[in-house]
Design a binder for this molecule. Structure first.
Ligand code: URA
Length: 249
């Protein structure tokens, strides 16, 4: 059957769908050419038992996810927000090799709808730039919760849990090679641990097969200069491992 011969197992399911549609269009104009009514199954189809869907990845892209975040009223933080802050990265939607995860929006982020744009954000941009990373180029920035907790308090466990599906979907869509977790709240929530940040920082962990390096939150660095040196060690370690991961692809 002609249509089966034209597909390749190295193509993604979406590429196969496009090809299938094109073939279906051709059906009307080529005599005797027939295409199956349904796109045939292939090895990377998510419905196959060996390819389970990524949990939380119920969104087709980051733009759709952003809309859902802005419409979300799943927890009380929605009541106090000016703007929800879904996340930001290169051309919003392209895959980024790195994901940076913070705690939650502060006043500046709430006012603008963009993550890490206040003082801590400016320091974060400098830290990332020192290891060749930027949100414009290669780094997707998100938070554990997408709405500002009142008086910048730590997000409550129920608030983090209500937002979890968005974070999981972001990670599934961005598919970063490595994640930098900023501060105790981000690291503990992402990794499901109660270990303190002094123990977590600088030690590689794993989130669903993606290497995660916890480090200090830039706000902590602004409060305590002494944390800058260990944070810099963490950043250099992050860059070195990232280079290895990117080399080996
Ligand atoms: N702190 C965070 O954890 N996230 C932001 O977006 C801003 C400050």
């Amino acid at each position: 059957m002609m249509e089966y011969l034209l597909y390749s197992t190295t193509m993604t399911a979406s590429e196969k769908s496009i090809l299938h549609e094109l073939l279906s269009l051709a059906e009307g104009s080529i005599d005797g050419f027939r295409v199956a009514a349904q796109r045939p199954p292939f090895v990377d189809d998510p419905e196959r038992p060996e390819n389970p869907p990524e949990p939380g990845a119920g969104f087709s892209d980051l733009a759709e996810l952003g809309e859902a975040v802005r419409a979300c009223v799943s927890c009380p933080l929605a009541e106090g927000r000016l703007n929800a802050v879904p996340g930001e990265g290169p051309a919003d939607g392209r895959r980024a090799p790195v994901m940076v995860i913070g705690e939650g929006p502060g006043a500046d982020e709430d006012a603008t709808g963009r993550p890490f744009v206040g003082r801590a954000g400016q320091l974060l941009d400098k830290m990332l730039s020192a290891i060749g990373l930027s949100r414009a180029e290669n780094c997707y920035i998100a938070n554990i919760v997408k709405c500002r907790p009142p008086e910048n308090r730590e997000p409550a466990p129920e608030e983090a849990a209500a937002c979890r599906r968005f974070l999981e979907a972001q990670i599934a869509l961005v598919r970063p090679r490595a994640i930098l977790a900023l501060g105790r709240t981000a690291a503990q929530n992402l990794l499901g641990t109660s270990e303190g940040i002094n123990r977590l920082r600088g030690s590689w962990r794993d989130y669903r097969g993606i290497p995660v390096l916890p480090t200090y939150h830039p706000s902590a660095l602004l409060r305590d200069e002494a944390l800058k040196r260990p944070a810099w060690e963490d950043l250099k370690e992050f860059r070195a491992r990232l280079d290895e991961l990117l080399d080996g692809q």
